[in-house]
Design a protein around this ligand. Structure first.
Ligand code: FES
Ligand code: FE
Length: 369
């Protein structure tokens, strides 16, 4: 017995490994869900999340997926939005199959139970008029619902993050154009990462705006404030759309300032200021994590350089849709639909400051810091 054990030890010492050097091997994914942010992380319940556009909420119920659950939304008689888990407390049928009366009282389509705008059951037809209604016959509500920027936001639990605010949205000199809502596969965290990333333009967007972009990312400043940050940098670019270049008023190469504003978890804004030609373009980007594998993207443009022209805005929106389509190719291809939060999982450089800050903030959010 002792001899056999010795032999084994001896063989093992002589054994020459054919394994690749450590740095060439696939890393062992020793990180659990806790160091990656999935679309359905419970920490995301304590944040404002975009659910849908205001115009999508009508006086009849409609279901929207958010954080892996379905929610039913409808507009009450006074115009306010009612939102509840899309599940009748009786036999758990989807309430979104029901109908609402003029006051906004919703009747479940299965056994006809009726619920008012507070989620209280006000009628169980099978029990007759004088019935005592069970106190548990109540709908499950999120903690808070509000409308802002033509969007409906919901916080399932008390929100630790502020509502996003697009700074130019209230400025009448800006006109607004909305991109069509995009429902697609992917991780909300990775989409946020992509929006804040400044090094991918020449590669992913070569067919739209990226071909003439500098590869090198200039040094930029970043300021964090709680669960938000803003980052600004200025760079030179070839302004081929400026009529002033042809007229000899300005040089082709001009200055442009880009400011990213981020509000956790998935709300972003990019403000582009054309410092020589004048004009400001703002892109708002609000991501709803629908379920583990899907997101909905709500995006809008605010511009003060189109002279109020609806045609020019339609063209600008179509251009942004083409840009987003380029990003979707990469985002849809990710096999792991989560954003790494542990800084050792990926390799970061000084060109990735915005996206590193995104991970820090989301990491703090998940850890309750
Ligand atoms: Fe809704 Fe029965 S399941 S009333
Ligand atoms: Fe992009």
């Amino acid at each position: 017995m002792v001899e056999r054990r010795r032999r084994v030890i001896g063989r093992s010492k002589r054994y020459k490994s054919n394994a690749a050097p450590r740095e060439q091997r696939l890393p062992i994914d020793r990180y659990s869900e806790r160091v990656r942010l999935s679309n359905v992380d419970p920490a995301l319940e304590a944040c404002w999340q975009v659910v849908c556009r205001s115009e999508e909420v009508t006086h009849q119920p409609r279901a929207f997926a958010l954080l892996g659950r379905h929610w039913v939304l409808w507009r009450l008689g006074d115009g306010t939005v009612a939102a509840f888990l899309d599940q009748c407390p009786h036999r758990l049928a989807p309430l979104s199959l029901g109908t609402c009366d003029d006051a906004g009282t919703l009747r479940c389509s299965y056994h006809g139970w009726q619920f008012d705008g507070t989620g209280t059951c006000v009628d169980i037809p099978a029990l007759g008029d004088a019935a005592h209604l069970p106190s548990r016959a109540r709908l499950t509500a999120p903690h808070d619902v509000t409308e802002s920027h033509g969007l409906v936001f919901m916080a399932i639990r008390p929100s630790r993050t502020p509502l996003p605010h697009v700074t130019v949205a209230d400025d009448p000199s800006f006109q607004r154009g909305d991109l069509p809502v995009t429902t697609t596969t992917g991780a909300a965290g990775l989409f946020a990462d992509n929006f804040l990333d400044v090094a991918h333009f020449p590669f992913v967007h070569a067919a739209t705006f990226g071909a003439g972009e500098e590869h090198e990312v200039p040094t930029y400043t970043l300021e964090r404030d709680g669960y938000t940050f803003s980052a600004t940098y200025e760079h030179l670019f070839a302004n081929r759309e400026d009529p002033g270049v042809e007229a000899g008023l300005r040089p082709l190469v001009q200055r442009r300032a880009l400011t990213y504003r981020y509000t956790a978890p998935f709300h972003m804004e990019l403000e582009i200021n054309y410092l020589d030609a004048g004009g400001t373009n703002v892109i708002g980007f609000f991501i709803a994590p629908a379920d583990g594998d899907h997101v909905r993207i709500y995006s809008a443009l605010w511009r003060n350089d189109l002279g109020g022209s609806p045609e020019a805005m339609a063209e600008a929106v179509a251009f942004e849709v083409a840009v987003l389509d380029e990003d979707l190719v990469i985002q849809n291809a990710y096999r792991d639909r989560s954003l790494p939060l542990d800084p050792t999982i990926e390799v970061h450089t000084k060109a990735d400051r915005t996206t590193v800050e995104l991970r820090r903030i989301l990491s703090d959010l998940v850890s309750g810091r």
